[in-house]
Design a protein around this ligand. Sequence first.
Ligand code: ZN
Ligand code: ZN
Length: 329
Amino acid sequence: MARRSRAAENQQTQVIEIKQLLDTFLERVKKDDLREQVRSLVPAVHALRDLGSGLVKGEDVRSARDRMLAYLLKYPKTLIDGDELMVVSGIGEWARRVRELRVQYGWTIYTGATLTEVVEDAPEIVDELEAMLRMKDFHLRPDQYVLMNVNQDREAALRWNQLNAIRKKPGGVKAKLLEYLRLNVGHVVTGEELRYLAKDNKEWARRTRELRTEDGWPVVTRMQGRSDLSVGAYLLEEDRQAEVHDRNIPDPVRVKALKRDKFCCTYCGWSRNNLNPDDPRKFLELHHLVDHVKGGANELDNLKTLCNVHHDQVHAGGLVWNGDEWYEI
Ligand SMILES: [Zn+2]
Ligand SMILES: [Zn+2]
């Protein structure tokens, strides 16, 4: 007969104890003293908690936070109920520890609330999320969690300090979002961070989109052709705002124009696949052939994809569109 492991034996003992404690509780219920009933349930609740917190094992699992992390890492890209984390953590304040894992330790853990707001703002993403979470009819509760990425972001602790400094300042949500993104040019930040900055106000997603569409900041997500970014990741590509006349392009038109041009500069053919530290070409922009302010429409026919270098050249007058192609003058 196979020997039962010590852990299983322990569990067996714990369960027997809990049963006994519940029996005692039942005895108390027969008497009518409420206080006695409550007090007799306390040891059973503690014992159940111990049973749950003993489920996740491992050498580097020492704290409640470690146990929740180990559990999330075992089931990445999976919808986890907060109640499950409560069981494996064995502590009452588990939700605060999850936030620490996310913002101080850099684990990309999304809440149902944030993912729902990401989808509300960019409904195109819903199919991908449903596929990832193996679910139909997207619906997440705020108290559900998903570990989006099994790799830790080691710069998160530094950003946590920035986040808190900016969060405390007076001023509107959009200004704070922009300040934070500009401190992290070229680095991915998460929707959870932006939401925290906005003090959990759901307008964070719309305001972040406005920075791109209305204000012309190159804030990109997966939906702007950056398939290397995960759902809910945001990145300010460069610390520069588009020319006034190249702003106000609605997201669906922007994406269509980029796709039509195959995410390449229409002059030199540069794409993100050619990204190279020695090359001044860093990102793609959209240019209006007829200036927006002069009545040029935010429509496909009036938009051309250009790399930042050639876009600058166009605005400096060195590159002209003749109706068919660009020519240098
Ligand atoms: Zn170019
Ligand atoms: Zn332009």
